[in-house]
Design a protein around this ligand. Structure first.
Ligand SMILES: [Zn+2]
Length: 84
């Protein structure tokens, strides 16, 4: 079963465990939270949840593994140089 992500349009693949399901699913393309309701393998409702959730332990762990703010710049110029 697939649902279209309301935020980015990505087709989110759901397995059989979601055939009768009501609750949030996460788009792994854009990480939007979609609240869905399914019944017997068909989708009854999809809506996007806009509330910001506090980061899960998984996301914090990911941030540790992939630090994006690590910009180390050294070896600059060593001041004025007189050429005479
Ligand atoms: Zn998405």
């Amino acid at each position: 079963m697939r649902i279209n992500c309301l935020a980015c349009g990505h087709k989110v693949d759901l397995d059989d465990a979601y055939d009768d399901y009501e609750g949030p699913v996460k788009c792994f393309a854009c990480r939007a939270i979609l609240e869905i309701r399914t019944e017997q393998g068909s989708i009854k409702a999809v809506k996007q949840v806009n509330s910001i959730q506090h980061p899960s332990a998984e996301e914090v762990f990911e941030r540790v593994l992939n630090p994006t703010n690590a910009t180390a710049q050294g070896a600059g110029t060593a001041g004025p140089r007189r050429i005479g």
